[in-house]
Write a protein that binds this ligand. Sequence first.
Ligand SMILES: Cc1cc2nc3c(=O)[nH]c(=O)nc-3n(C[C@H](O)[C@H](O)[C@H](O)COP(=O)(O)OP(=O)(O)OC[C@H]3O[C@@H](n4cnc5c(N)ncnc54)[C@H](O)[C@@H]3O)c2cc1C
Length: 1009
Amino acid sequence: MYDNAANWTCLPDPTKPCTDWGYPAYVINATMTEHVKAGVDFGGTVSEPRDASGHDFLGRSVAPGSLSIWMHHYDNVEFHAGSFQLDGMESLFKGDSVSCGGGTSMYSLYKETDKHKTTVVGGGAKSVSVGGYILGGGHGMLSPDYGLAADNVIEMEVVTPLGDVLIANKGSNNDLYWALLGGGGSTFGVVTRFTIKAHPTPQLQFVTFIAATSPSNPMAADIVTFLASQFPGLNDAGLRGYGFLTMSGFDMGVEGVPKEWSGIAGAFTVVDRSAQYTESLLTKLNNTLLESSNGTGSVTVLPIQTYDTFMEYFDERFDAGNCGVTTLLKSRLLDRRALTHDLDALRAALIAATNVAGMIHFYPLAGKAVHEAANGGRDNSVNPGWRSAYVHALISTSFQPFNRTAEKDTQALLEEAWEPMVQLTPGMGSYINEAAYFEDNPAETFWGDNYERLLQIKRKVDPMDHLSSFSIRSGHAHPIQGPIYSAFRTRSSFGLSRPLHEPRAPHYPRHNPKSLNMPLFGKSNKFKANPPKIRVEKVTVSRSASKPPATSAVKSAVPSSNRSLGSNSARASPKPASLRQESHSPYPSSSDERKRKRAVKTPSARASPAVVERPAFDKDSDAEEDDGWLTLETRKRQRKAREEDSSRQLKNERSFEDGYGKLEYIHAVDVASLECKCVPVMGATEDDVAIELQYPCLGPREKFQLVWAKDKIDAVEASTRIVQLIAENYLNEAEAEPFTNQSAGLIRRLEKASNRNVQDLNGFKAALEEYNRTLLDLVEDGIIAKNLENRHELPRHLVAFILDQIYDRTVAPSVELLSKYENGTDYVYGELLHPFISKILVDDLKMTSKQVMVDLGSGVGNVVLQAALEIGCESFGCEMMENACNMAEAQQKEFEARCVLWGIQPGAVRLERGDFRKNAVITDALKRADVVLVNNKAFTSQLNDDLVRMFLDLKSSCKIVSLKSFVADSSYNINDVGSTILDAEEKTYPEGYVSWTNAGGSYYISTRK
Ligand SMILES: Cc1cc2nc3c(=O)[nH]c(=O)nc-3n(C[C@H](O)[C@H](O)[C@H](O)COP(=O)(O)OP(=O)(O)OC[C@H]3O[C@@H](n4cnc5c(N)ncnc54)[C@H](O)[C@@H]3O)c2cc1C
């Protein structure tokens, strides 16, 4: 790919000298395992290892004078429909998979799997081979949906450096399996066969957009930073692809986009969603950008194109990459924290990098599935940074070949330019397959915590260090230096074998995205964008009538004298308030204490396919859930959107009375401890795993253990989050300072001590102890109680956190009991999730604490508890399923105790058992109800009819929220009682709002006439 990676041997430039400096001494054209083994056996006698060549940016396949095993023709592919027998394991791998030779090109794999209406996670170039690509990790357009390529490998055949031919999978040679997948090519053996999961081919919406402002805008850098900060949310909402970020972009020849611009552009896709969904996602980005930039930035979208299969998309949009470039690059994995936590630091990093490289390649190709794949990364050795990354970012700069001084200067320049980005992303590291070969500390940068184990395995598998190109050597990570064997391939695409008469590939200037492997709008590029100057659509700017720009939270945050962009005052303070960071929390979302396990599904309640998909947090709601997507203004908007309910008393008197030292509740240690087979974290021993945490009350501290297990409470994360929530919500700025101080505050200390690379147990415990004392002092001094007296509402993320704590301790440990329901009867279980309940009760119905809410079919009581906590209203529920009732009872008990712990007075809760048609308490409550909620999607028609009759007793103007309308179409049924007594309005909810499906759907708000 890069001339410099091939030692400038025979460049595709007839004016440059041609030497044999880059060639191996021996080459084996391997097409079967025996060839590879023979090469490995022979290689043991070669004494002077030198270079070869291949596809690799770091030159790992370059070892002049060495023995080279050429895998290019080792490319047989075989599809396995339905199942695959893993070697040495009793169980089958269930699902489609594909086996291929160790030198197979991605394109061959795509072609074969496409024949079976499936595809694999693969890279963005036809010629990249599975070998180096998978062994280094392997990202692609589908990785946010299915994990990295390495996460998808179920088995490999390997010739080890000692000449053994082994099968590596989860059951056989597991250490080798773990090490190969992420440890990097040519380090642990030559893989002769990969077997990889195949996924049903998705439909893709392809979209090219440019989100930009003018470089002369004094806010340009802030706007670019703001755009970058949107990517975790955009990625969560389904946007993935290849972008680039620039402070001073070049003319892209797209109508409507200025010749010079600052912003983020790129070729993206949205997988298995509609074009409308994709468009509304970008509409939302546009609206937010317009608001945040005082109308000076906008998003230009080229027509969205739908591809029915991955193959159709790949064939049209990709080509072989460029070659013949002398370039160095630096890269880094960026997590949510890096992108949203400290926007000043992010801005500085972006400016430093773009000053030198012109642009940053900005690939949102990680996200959810990468975070969760391979058992959260524990099943393989890819850089752990991937497990929290959202964006893989790279910069590159070209220089003249054969000029070592220029190479050194370029290296120094890149290092300096990238340093702020490295500082911004402690512990994240880089992706080995697209990185610098001159990293100071490759062990940590490429493998983080996985390095030590890799090294142990390397010592066992390759005691003589036969395979050692920029990878794990017994002793230390080593930059490129003489591998004896280097599995290399694909001469056809790159420097070494290019015919000399071919014109030399151009040197791309710094500001040109073609300098790496991601050109956007040119010809013969890796990604073909829609041709410029075809129909260009600006996405429609839909502002909600209730929120005109002049009164938006964004603008009102800026003094009117500063609003004029051209004015001096604006220049003196170019950073708009809207772009400033709002919270010290690294978790913009309502993060719960552990990954939520709400697998409960009601198959009968699937959303209709006719439902129009919309982005998760559409702007028609003024109070979206704050989940990280467009977070900067969300909380402000929420606050503005809701009239404060001054009659709500937040303070729970019991929390501050003596005598609550004996409050009974379920401590975290009761559900996540060594006894429950969790493992200690932060190097703690059995004797020092215990910690305690003070809540804003006089009640007893909660007991945790510093342990970890899948789906269990994560004490480190939970305790840090609790400290943050208390600092943010219970204290004023001055009081919160000891917690939030950026350099020495308690939150910072907790984060630092728990950082993956620090793991300072004593430091963590000391910070927690200090927090406990400080908070208790504030409680005893009456400060917390006084602050609560002056507040009348709770932020959504705090409500969600408290409810999740309750659920995690009561429902989650036996959640499977809920799935024992009879489908097609009234005994069906499914939950509305927190954001949906907030949307209904707060945004749609604007409930107040003086009102009454009744949930008919209340399950484990989630809606009832949320209404009581979030609104403070009187809340009733009734449920007939035995298991759900038992859990609801447990939740209510824990709820009452936790409200005391958090110092919050909820509304009165009453949860009834049995048939709500026959329950006197419910009959009575309905007469007083202001809101009746009924998740009737899966109710029988008899039950729905009975409900309508019950609604006859509701008071006028009472609202009924349901998932199926009670009003029949009048043209079919003129005697319909529902339409006689109710006015119904259909609304839609976005994806992620209910437990039984990820899709969005309809719901109805009816008013009793
Ligand atoms: C045009 C282009 C596009 C790219 N796109 C992507 C992308 O979309 N996503 C992504 O993640 N990366 C991408 N990359 C980076 C790519 O993952 C690396 O360059 C990778 O090293 C290529 O692997 P290879 O086998 O093709 O190359 P090679 O240079 O042949 O091999 C790379 C390394 O792997 C070793 N190796 C190769 N085969 C085997 C084997 N069978 N067993 C053991 N070791 C082996 C080699 O010895 C060498 O150390 C791209 C690179 C280029 C040039």
